[in-house]
Write a protein that binds this ligand. Structure first.
Ligand code: FNR
Length: 413
């Protein structure tokens, strides 16, 4: 109601409430390559478009006279009561969007009491993020390296630093075909961005040292005048990014080692037990879009499923994530909780996902745009706007609790 009252009395919000305006404002705040990386999706971006458009096929049913004065948006997930069903979905290389990067997200997540899913591809170590979260829920997202020792080390670090859950992202064992990045020649990892989990890891560091000792990488070239100019122009927009770049750039051996160990495309269901045996934390599989995969996931004993197509960043022409949700929910049949993401921009989108069987909803780009515009406060406000609209939508649809949101609350038109 504070957001509503401020709007009524003419106070302009810190970040635009309209998701498209928010994206446009964030675009102006970011460098060209940062915006390309965050906004870009796979191929002709048909999946990303479908993710958004498919929400339009579902219509919410208004209900009246049901006493919705006191609304409770809390939910229990993996033994912990959360104030709301929203999560900060893992987003890598946040240093591109704002110099405070993952720490700004941790501040926002702590402020809102929402879980932050810390990316393997983060710009800040998971230990620093977890300590900044200060007891507020921290989950760790794992990209499954082809190096077993590195997988073990990352999982142990997550456990030691007090993370509540491990989210294994399965749809990105190869990085999607993303023309916006490719045309700028600017995949961030090649410049050493988003590698904080790796460079802080003893296993990874050992691999880099071994590689450097073999001496099979060409010596680093001196920066060209154009590169220096681009650093200078970046410095005006992103002072932090500028200094990060000037401070000893990562040796080429580290970048090459990352490219070598990033993922394992040969991974199969049988190998999930490798992580299961190494942690007691709940395991969530992210990137499930198919009912057979959902059945297998539950049979493997995982604790949760995240229905997602990675915001359309992986396969161009995949179907919309929200269209996978009802089928997957039917297959899972309440045996484990389902988290949903991809294309969620508003509170009514969250409501729709909950009505289709999700227990919680993860938000991606909107909080990154909020952060690009106004740091931690911007990320907080972008998430709070989605939450406020969810609360309002629940009231108008006659739902006082999340349990009141059922398949009767929406219709497919
Ligand atoms: C992502 N996503 C992602 N997922 C993941 O498991 N690990 C990661 O490191 C990243 N990195 C990442 C970077 C950027 C710039 C984006 C936009 C997304 C995917 C993310 O968690 C989520 O699935 C999507 O962002 C959801 O789609 P929307 O809401 O952004 O459309």
């Amino acid at each position: 109601s504070r957001i509503f009252r401020d709007g009524t009395y003419g106070r302009r919000p810190l970040v635009p409430v309209d998701p498209d305006l928010l994206e446009r404002k964030a675009k102006r705040a970011m460098s060209r390559r940062a915006y390309a990386y965050v906004a870009g999706s796979a191929g002709m971006e048909r999946t990303a478009d479908a993710n958004r458009r498919a929400f339009g096929d579902y219509r919410i049913v208004p209900r009246v006279l049901r006493d919705v004065e006191d609304r409770d948006l809390s939910v229990e997930l993996f033994g912990r009561r959360l104030d709301s069903p929203l999560l900060f979905s893992p987003v890598g290389v946040l240093e591109l969007a704002h110099r405070d990067a993952d720490l700004a997200v941790a501040d926002a997540a702590r402020e809102l009491g929402m879980p932050m899913v810390i990316s393997t591809q983060a710009s800040t170590t998971l230990e620093d993020c977890a300590s900044r979260l200060d007891g507020s829920p921290a989950w760790f997202q794992l990209y499954w390296s082809n190096n077993d020792d590195l997988v073990t080390s990352l999982v142990q670090r997550a456990e030691t630093s007090g993370c509540d859950a491990i989210v294994i992202t399965l749809d990105t064992h190869m990085i999607g075909w993303r023309p916006r990045d490719l045309d700028l020649g600017s995949l961030p990892f090649a410049r050493g961005e988003g590698l904080a989990q790796y460079t802080s890891d003893p296993v990874f560091t050992r691999l880099v040292e071994e590689r450097a000792a073999r001496g099979d990488d060409a010596p680093k070239r001196r920066p060209t005048l154009a590169a220096i100019r681009s650093l200078l122009s970046m410095s005006r927009k992103h002072p932090g990014g500028f200094w990060n770049n000037l401070r000893s750039p990562l040796p080429r051996a580290a970048v090459e080692t990352f490219l070598e160990v990033f993922s394992r495309s040969s991974l199969t269901w049988d190998e999930l037990s490798f992580v299961r045996e190494r942690t007691k934390l709940p395991i969530i599989l992210k990137g499930i879009m198919d009912t057979e995969d959902a059945h297998r996931a539950v049979d493997c004993g995982v604790d949760g499923i995240q229905v997602s197509n990675h915001g359309g960043r992986q396969i161009d022409g995949s179907f919309a994530a929200i269209d996978a949700l009802p089928e997957v929910a039917a297959a899972v049949d309440g045996r484990v909780p389902i988290i949903f993401d991809s294309g969620v921009r508003t509170g009514s989108d969250v409501f729709t996902a909950l009505a289709l069987g999700a227990k919680a909803v993860a938000i991606g780009r909107p909080y990154v745009y909020g952060m690009a515009v106004a740091g931690a406060e911007g990320a907080t406000e972008a998430m709070r706007n989605i939450l406020a609209e969810l609360d309002l939508t629940m009231g108008l649809a006659g739902c006082a609790t999340l349990a009141d949101i059922t398949s009767r609350s929406i219709r497919r038109c």
